[in-house]
Design a protein around this ligand. Structure first.
Ligand SMILES: Nc1nc2c(c(=O)[nH]1)N[C@H]1C(S)=C(S)[C@@H](COP(=O)(O)OP(=O)(O)OC[C@H]3O[C@@H](n4cnc5c(=O)[nH]c(N)nc54)[C@H](O)[C@@H]3O)O[C@H]1N2
Ligand SMILES: Nc1nc2c(c(=O)[nH]1)N[C@H]1C(S)=C(S)[C@@H](COP(=O)(O)OP(=O)(O)OC[C@H]3O[C@@H](n4cnc5c(=O)[nH]c(N)nc54)[C@H](O)[C@@H]3O)O[C@H]1N2
Ligand code: SF4
Ligand SMILES: [Mo]
Length: 747
């Protein structure tokens, strides 16, 4: 029944490639690019081809596992939920919901069910102790979006198709395929900028594959992008090049910004950034003079010492050069299906504030409702009132992906209850008491959720599941609802997820019918619910599409989109190039963009102090590889075969100084820990900086990852000190860690 050709969006990364998947005899026979896909037009990468391997992977869990001492037994879903209750309810009775925490991992954002129901899980369960991969990722962007544009997820995107000048900092789309910049074939788009006479510049301590598609590579000392960008702003002010263009009447704080930049002259920052002052001046002038120019910063500018300042200054430079919200500049996408995640949480109705409460052990301030993920280990390990005694992980592998990984690995066994919603028995889930398997990427429908919020064009597409989920298996949204209900105190045997879903959906429709500005404001919620068919994420998608900017608004725009209409367009619907929409995108209290938000400005003295610090030693940064995806795709043979990729890249001069030779095994040590890897001597690194991939270290006992265990690599995050965070966001610093390197065997 599943045999035949299926059109399908790849859900693995933001490129959202359209695929043609051929199934024969119940197995994936081939995966090819869909040349007629309106979005990706035939683009694909090797991971998309591996979706079949993931689906058929014998190690992928298909039934729940319950811990039995040191071993595991497969269980029915009823038994598994009963076991969750048996472990969780005593914690609730003794310590209350405050002793229960959740960790939400990255695949949540790429999963049809999880992305739409993570928002139901939190309020239904009553859990407020939330940790996520967000604080080792884009939390600085969320802080900046909230404070400048009024929305946590209001993050403008480079208009790659029309830009004539692109300055990329700390991003390597040749590996990552773009992040907070959704597009297929980024490199093709960079080439096109140059082909039409434009310029692409990459600022990165490593001469990456992306730099090879640029006009210029500018190496930078890790963690100093904020100083560079401050100096560029300084030049733009000093040379009277500020041009707000059509933003004049929505921007405030220009004078304060000018004063803040004043001390950061190119000469003042040059030594710190290791970029000469003349180059910094030129970078500023070229941006200001470009017909349409845009600055783009990603993980290397977030996961670092000054993540928020750097992310703020990216926006600042786009604004003061008049490039925000203009074609070819930095623009706001207009998603056809607005994500629930983009709705402002009620606790921030009156504007965003920070540090409303503090973490128990280190006193870290809350930022947008979360503590740094590196707090999780100590909140579990340190005894006392308020200790975390139960943890639910959802599509996350923090034992590999989060900083100070060793501490977390040691802390998890002390939990009274740990439940993981995950497809694998891996480094994190091996500590769980119950593992509940999610669907494979091909076993559920797919429809991009929040990713369309930062796509370089507007569009939409829906793909049905390729393989049906076995009849006895709940979908992931049902698992989330059941877990939420158990955490909320309900008995597992009495849970009816259909009722919970109706409650959640009805509540959502009711709230949006009352919210001013929505396309159903003032409408009868009961009628809207009755007019929306299906259940679960499909029903929610239909609703959000219909009330979205291109939707039929339940009859108000009769030619508008519905999910049925979207389904009929199997290759997707193109909704056109981005259009200027700043007034509509802004959700700030006064409808203005504050160039100098107090919470961010308060961190500038820390940057000034950084200019005084001399640090001559080696700094470690991270890197990604096209054939890898954070920690969880190393069990696919076709992606890991070939030479070892978990190597330390090191400049020849540094290798000579450390007395190590290409291919030699070395010890890499930081204040947090030590690992051993092979060194790869390469002048693609700038001197003084070494690079390791993250996501490896599959050498732990008790995991069930046959292929990955044979290509174990070492865990980069054993080296990341948990106390290193970007102050305004609490985001982890995993780039720019001081390390020492020495040989452990003969060269
Ligand atoms: N040193 C260093 N560390 C980093 C980074 C770095 O650049 N350097 N990058 C950081 C970033 S940007 C991120 S996003 C984080 C990622 O951090 P995490 O999200 O914690 O880690 P992942 O490796 O993505 O783990 C994903 C988990 O989800 C499971 N999974 C995959 N698909 C599904 C699914 O469909 N359903 C369910 N239920 N489970 C699924 C996998 O088996 C795996 O256990 O890592 C961060 N860590
Ligand atoms: N193939 C693949 N694709 C992925 C992922 C994956 O693991 N594999 N992960 C996905 C996820 S979760 C994310 S968040 C995105 C991330 O997408 P990107 O942001 O493109 O991430 P990286 O490819 O790690 O590139 C980060 C770059 O920052 C540089 N860098 C490090 N420190 C600094 C610094 O201080 N300053 C500057 N200027 N540069 C610095 C590094 O050398 C590296 O080249 O990728 C996504 N796509
Ligand atoms: S670039 Fe690769 S992983 Fe990303 S969506 Fe396309 S095929 Fe999938
Ligand atoms: Mo990420």
């Amino acid at each position: 029944m599943t045999d035949g050709m299926h059109l399908r969006t790849c859900s693995l990364c933001e490129a959202m490639c359209g695929l043609e998947i051929t199934v024969e005899g119940g197995r994936v026979a081939s995966i090819r690019p869909d040349r007629d896909d309106v979005w990706s037009r035939g683009y694909i990468c090797p991971k998309g081809v591996a979706l079949g391997d993931l689906h058929h992977d014998p190690d992928r869990l298909r039934a729940p596992l319950i811990r039995d001492g040191a071993s595991w037994r497969e269980a029915s879903w009823e038994e598994a939920f009963a076991e969750v209750e048996r472990r969780l309810h005593p914690v609730l009775q003794r310590h209350g919901i405050g002793a229960v925490a959740a960790y939400i991992g990255n695949p949540t954002a790429h999963n049809f069910s999880l992305s739409r129901y993570a928002g139901a899980f939190m309020p239904l369960s009553g859990i407020t102790n939330l940790y996520s991969a967000g604080t080792v990722d884009q939390w600085p962007k969320n802080v900046v979006g909230a404070l400048m544009y009024g929305g946590i997820w209001t993050i403008p995107v480079p208009d790659l198709d029309r830009a004539s000048h692109l300055l990329v900092l700390g991003a390597n789309p040749s590996a990552s395929q773009g992040s907070l910049m959704a597009t297929p074939d980024v490199l093709g788009k960079l080439d096109a900028i140059r082909a039409r006479g434009g310029k692409v510049i990459v600022v990165d301590p490593r001469r990456t594959g992306t730099a090879q598609h640029a006009d210029e590579w500018i190496p930078i000392r890790p963690g100093t992008d904020a100083a560079l960008l401050m100096a560029m702003a300084n030049v733009i002010f000093a040379e009277q090049r500020v041009d707000l263009g059509h933003l004049e009447c929505v921007v405030r704080g220009l004078d304060e910004l000018r004063d803040l930049c004043a001390p950061f002259t190119p000469e003042a920052v040059a030594d710190t950034c290791q970029i000469d002052a003349a180059t910094i001046r030129r970078l500023a002038r070229e941006l200001a003079e470009a017909e349409t120019g845009v600055v783009y910063g990603r993980i290397g500018t977030c996961n670092q010492e000054f993540g928020t300042l750097a992310s703020w200054l990216v926006e600042v430079l786009n604004i003061v050069t008049g490039n925000l919200d203009r074609p070819g500049g930095s623009m706001f996408a207009n998603p056809a299906i607005p994500s629930l995640a983009t709705l402002r949480p009620p606790e921030f109705a009156g504007g965003f504030s920070f540090g409303r409460y503090r973490s128990r052990v280190r006193g870290a301030p809350e930022v947008l409702g979360q503590f740094p993920v590196s707090c999780l280990a100590e909140e579990i390990a340190v005894e006392g009132e308020g200790r975390i005694r139960a943890l639910i992980t959802i599509a996350g592998n923090p034992v590999v992906s989060a900083p100070d990984a060793g501490k977390l690995d040691n802390a998890l066994p002390s939990l009274e209850c740990m439940v993981s919603l995950d497809n694998y028995l891996n480094e994190t889930t091996r500590h769980a008491h119950v593992i509940l398997p999610g669907a494979s990427p091909l076993e559920q429908p797919h429809c991009g959720d929040m990713i369309w919020g930062w796509s370089v064009r507007n569009g939409a597409r829906f793909s049905p599941a390729v393989f049906p989920l076995a009849a006895d298996r709940p979908a992931e949204w049902e698992i989330l609802l059941a877990l939420a209900a158990i955490a909320g105190g309900q008995k597992a045997s009495e849970i009816d997820t259909a009722v919970l879903d109706d409650l959640f959906f009805g509540g959502l429709v009711g709230a949006l019918c009352q919210l001013e500005g929505t396309r159903v404001h003032g409408r009868d919620a009961g009628e809207i619910v009755a007019a929306t068919g299906g259940r679960g994420p499909e029903r929610m998608t239909d609703f959000m599409l219909r009330i979205g900017p291109f939707g039929d608004a339940y009859g108000a725009s009769p030619n508008g989109l519905t999910l049925d209409e979207l389904r009929a367009h199997q290759h997707g619907i193109d909704l056109g190039a981005l259009v200027p929409r700043v007034a509509d995108a802004l959700q700030t209290e006064d409808g203005m963009i504050d160039l100098a938000p107090a919470h961010i400005v308060a961190d500038v003295p820390r940057l000034s102090a950084r200019l005084e610090r001399r640090d001559g030693g080696l700094l470690l940064v991270s890197r990604r590889h096209l054939r890898s995806n954070n920690s969880w795709m190393h069990n696919v043979e076709r992606l890991v075969r070939g030479r070892d990729r978990c190597t330390l890249l090191m400049h020849p001069r540094d290798a000579r100084d450390a007395g190590v030779a290409d291919g030699q095994r070395v010890s890499v040590r930081s204040s947090a820990g030590a690992i051993e890897v092979a060194v790869e001597v390469s002048d693609e690194m700038m001197p003084g900086v070494v690079s390791l991939p993250h996501g490896w270290g599959h050498d732990r006992d008790g995991i069930r990852l046959g292929v990955a265990s044979r290509h174990a690599g070492a865990n980069n995050n054993l080296l990341a000190p948990g106390e290193l965070v970007d102050v305004p966001s609490g985001n982890a610093v995993v780039n720019g860690i001081p390390v020492e390197v020495s040989g452990v065997d003969e060269p």
